[in-house]
Design a protein around this ligand. Structure first.
Ligand code: MN
Length: 325
């Protein structure tokens, strides 16, 4: 509680507050930053929101997500929040510089691998940053209105796979129940998050299915999408979201691996698991992280090299008798 009181004091004293997304922002990240921005604004604070990347279409409905500020290199904030961001590099260079210059840096996150790079660190292993932020807003007696509730519900729903992952606790549902009581439009959230797949994304999914490999007696599913694939169906980078879950859901698959060309250079690995396999153990071997059921990493090499490397690690695990039997 002392940490919460300290945070509240910093908020009360601050004249200028920054709240930033990480690069490749997802629903938990965007929902959490928009929720915090709105709540602090209702509390009477001036808040600068920084989203230095594209906002996926599914999250463009979030209240306040369109109110992000230009990054001005000479701006200083009294208080700066990094949410759902496991390490400072993930803020990107420009936002990272703003973070560095802030008087007090606050980190709110639910990633196990977060070392706590802020002055005030709130790191707890719960379903989502949205869930953790809800607890903090409540404890700090900061306002939650319909808009804040919409953002928090979106954050939690998206990061729990619509309340399906193991990380979903009875507390997660209690929080969701309270958020629903704020008259949020659940149908609007459901349609935006789960029921508006574009035709381009659908075509991309078909390409991913053409690249699908089923290995190890059906326990491993692997597929990949190159920049060329994206081009051919005129899909956006964020349109690859959902592919890894789609192949995870194949009967008998215990580990789903999705590889794609990174926006910048190299490749990206996303994994999902069901059953006993801990995907984060494999991700850590590539310098990445995450959770048992959802993990990822970056790879310095092209898709062929990436595929070879990850299959070797998975094979070693199998030969060592770990995870798979
Ligand atoms: Mn998250």
């Amino acid at each position: 509680m002392e940490k919460i009181n300290n945070l509240k004091k910093k908020i009360v004293e601050a004249t200028s507050i920054g709240v930033a997304s990480h690069i490749d922002p997802d629903g938990d990240n965007l929902g959490s930053i928009c929720a915090l921005k709105k709540s602090l604004e209702i509390f009477g604070k001036e808040v600068f929101l920084y989203i230095d990347d594209q906002i996926p279409r599914s999250y463009q409905f979030l209240p306040g997500v369109d109110e992000s500020s230009e990054i001005e290199t000479n701006r200083h904030h009294d208080l700066f929040f990094a949410l759902d961001c496991a390490d400072q590099e993930r803020l990107g260079k420009r936002v990272g510089d703003l973070f560095d210059r802030a008087k007090t840096k606050v980190v709110i996150d639910h990633h196990l691998t977060n070392q706590g790079y802020g002055d005030l660190n709130f790191i707890e292993i719960v379903s989502s940053t949205g869930e953790l932020l809800y607890e903090i807003l409540k404890q700090a007696d900061l306002p939650i209105d319909e808009k804040v509730a919409t953002c928090l519900y979106t954050a939690i729903s998206s990061d729990t796979g619509s309340f399906k992952y193991d990380s979903t606790s009875s507390r997660t549902h209690e929080i969701a129940a309270d958020l629903l009581s704020h008259q949020i439009d659940l149908n609007e959230i459901t349609i935006n998050l789960y029921q508006r797949r574009s035709l381009a994304k659908t075509n991309l999914l078909m390409r991913a299915m053409q690249n699908l490999k089923i290995l190890e007696d059906g326990k491993i599913a692997l597929t990949r999408i190159s920049l060329d694939d994206l081009d051919k169906v005129q899909a956006e980078h964020s349109d690859t979201d959902g592919i890894v879950e789609f192949i995870r859901d194949i009967d008998g698959v215990e580990l789903a691996i999705f590889l794609k060309d990174s926006k910048r250079s190299g490749s990206k690995i996303s994994m999902r698991s069901k059953g006993d396999i801990d995907a984060s153990k494999i991700a850590v071997k590539f310098g990445g992280g995450g959770h048992k059921r959802a993990a990822g990493a970056s790879f310095n090499g092209d898709l062929d090299q990436c595929q070879e490397a990850i299959l070797k690690v998975v094979n070693d695990e199998i030969n060592a008798g770990n995870s798979f039997n």
